[in-house]
Design a protein around this ligand. Structure first.
Ligand code: BGC
Length: 418
C-alpha cells in the first residue's frame, strides 16, 4: 500500500514520457480560418500525444497563394519546413526536384493500397513512391443555398442551369440577392470551372484543363460557360468585392444572398459561425454536375533536409490516415475521409453526398483546376488570369478570352513539349 502510494507520488513528479514532446516538426500550411484551425489542431494534438510538437507555420491566403510563394522562398533560402501542405500537381513538382521524403514503409504498414481510394493513392505517389499523406477530399462543385431565403421565394434547390436561372429570377422578385461571390481570382475561377463542367461535361473539362488542347479553347462550350459567368455576375451582391473566402461565408451567414458556389470548407466555417446545416442552409451539387465530384485532396508532404526528423515525419504521415484521425479531422474541415472504409452514416448530409459521389469511382471524379488537381501551377495561373480579366472587365468578349487562352495553351505546349 505504502509502496503503491510512493510510486504514485513518484509518477506525479516524473515527467510522463508520452506527454513530453521529444521532437518537433515545423508545419507549413494555409489553414487560418476557424474551421481550418480546428482541423489542424486535431493533427497537432494527435502528434503531441505521440511525443512530437507541431510548430505551426500558417500563412494566410485562400487556396494557398501566399503559402506557395513563402514555401518557394524558404526552400531557396535553405530553410525548408519539415512538413508542408502541398496539393495535387505541386507534389510532383517538388518531388521531381528530389526534395521530398519517400515514406513507402508507412504506406505499406498502414495498408494504404487497400484503404485509400485509387485516385487518392495515385495523387500521393511520384514515380511509384509515396511522397504525401492524404488528409481529406473537398468537393468543389458545392452549391450552398439558404433554406429560409429559398422558402421565401417558394423554391426547391435547382439541379439544372435552367432551374438555376429561374431560381435567380424568383429570388430577385422577392428582393433577395441570388448569389454571393468575391472577385479574388481563385474564387472567380472556382465558379468558372464549375460552369465549364456543367456545360461541357467531364470529357470536355479534361480536354480543356487536363490535356489543355488549344482546340478545346475554341470550343463553343467554353463560350457558353463564359457567357454564363458574365450573366451570373449580374446576380451577385457586390461582384467586384475582393474579399477573402471567410468574408464571403460570413455574408452568407448574414443572409446577404441566397446561394454560394464554393468548396465544402465553407460548410465547416458556417458551423463555426453557429449556422445550422439542414436548418438554415443545405448543400446541393452545382446544377448540371449532380453525379460528378469536382475534387481537391488535401495532403501533407515532408522535406528531406538532413533526414534529422524522419521518425517524427513518418509519425505524422502515419497518423493522418488512421480511421480515428480521418473521422475527426474531416468533421472539423468539411472535407470527407480519403478511406474507402469510412462510414457514411457518421457523416452530415453534405459530406455523405460528397463521399458517396466520390466513391462511385474514376468516371464520377473530376480534378479541380483551381486546386491544382488538374494541371501544373504555371498553366493553372495563366488560365485563372484570363478568366479573372474577363470577369472584372465587361468589355472583354468571350471570343477574345478564347483566342488568348488558345495562344496561352499553345505556348505552354511549346515550352514543355506537352
Ligand atoms: C484547400 C483547403 C482550404 C481552401 C481555402 C484549398 O485549396 O484544399 O484545405 O480550406 O483552399 O483556403
Amino acid at each position: 500500500m505504502l509502496l503503491g502510494l510512493a510510486l504514485c507520488g513518484l509518477a506525479a513528479i516524473l515527467p510522463r514520457a508520452e506527454a513530453q514532446p521529444s521532437s518537433s516538426l515545423q508545419v507549413h500550411h494555409w489553414w487560418t480560418s476557424a474551421s481550418e484551425r480546428r482541423a489542424a489542431n486535431v493533427l497537432a494534438l494527435r502528434l503531441g500525444e505521440e511525443g512530437v510538437e507541431w510548430k505551426d507555420g500558417a500563412i494566410p491566403g485562400g487556396a494557398g497563394l501566399g503559402a506557395g510563394k513563402v514555401l518557394k522562398s524558404r526552400v531557396l533560402a535553405g530553410d525548408a519546413p519539415d512538413a508542408t501542405q502541398i496539393i495535387g500537381a505541386s507534389i510532383g513538382e517538388w518531388a521531381e526536384l528530389g526534395l521530398l521524403l519517400e515514406f513507402d514503409g508507412v504506406a505499406v504498414a498502414g495498408g494504404w493500397n487497400n484503404a485509400l481510394f485509387p485516385t487518392v493513392l495515385a495523387l500521393v505517389q511520384h514515380r511509384k513512391h509515396v511522397v504525401a499523406a492524404p488528409l481529406g477530399i473537398h468537393r468543389i462543385n458545392t452549391l450552398l443555398y439558404n433554406r429560409k431565403l429559398f422558402a421565401r421565394a417558394k423554391l426547391a434547390p435547382p439541379s439544372t442551369w435552367h432551374e438555376l436561372a429561374l431560381a435567380a429570377a424568383a429570388l430577385r422578385a422577392v428582393g433577395v440577392a441570388p448569389l454571393l461571390q468575391s472577385s479574388e481570382p481563385w474564387q472567380v475561377a472556382t465558379l468558372f470551372e464549375n460552369l465549364v463542367l456543367a456545360e461541357g461535361g467531364p470529357d470536355y473539362y479534361r480536354e480543356l484543363f487536363v490535356r489543355q488542347t488549344p482546340q478545346a479553347a475554341a470550343d463553343a462550350r467554353l463560350a457558353v460557360a463564359l457567357e454564363r459567368l458574365r450573366l451570373m455576375k449580374g446576380w451577385m451582391a457586390s461582384p467586384l468585392d475582393e474579399q477573402p473566402w471567410t468574408g464571403v461565408v460570413r455574408r452568407f451567414a448574414r443572409r446577404e444572398a441566397a446561394m454560394l458556389v464554393t468548396g465544402d470548407w465553407a460548410k465547416a466555417e458556417l458551423k463555426e459561425l453557429g449556422v445550422p446545416l439542414d436548418d438554415e442552409f443545405s448543400c446541393a451539387p452545382m446544377p448540371g454536375t449532380g453525379k460528378l465530384h469536382l475534387y481537391s485532396v488535401d495532403t501533407l508532404s515532408m522535406f528531406t533536409q538532413d533526414y534529422a526528423h524522419v521518425a517524427a515525419q513518418e509519425k505524422l504521415a502515419r497518423l493522418a490516415v488512421t480511421p480515428a484521425v480521418q473521422q475527426q479531422y474531416n468533421l472539423a474541415k468539411g472535407s470527407v475521409p480519403v478511406r474507402r472504409d469510412a462510414d457514411p452514416a457518421q457523416m452530415d448530409s453534405c459530406a455523405r453526398a460528397s463521399w458517396t459521389a466520390f466513391a462511385k469511382g474514376a468516371q464520377s471524379q473530376v480534378p479541380s483546376l483551381v486546386h491544382r488537381m488538374a494541371a501544373d501551377e504555371e498553366s493553372r495561373d495563366a488560365i485563372i488570369a484570363e478568366v479573372h480579366r474577363f470577369f472584372v472587365n465587361d468589355a472583354v468578349t468571350p471570343g477574345e478570352v478564347q483566342r488568348r487562352l488558345a495562344a496561352v495553351l499553345r505556348s505552354l505546349k511549346l515550352q514543355h513539349r506537352k
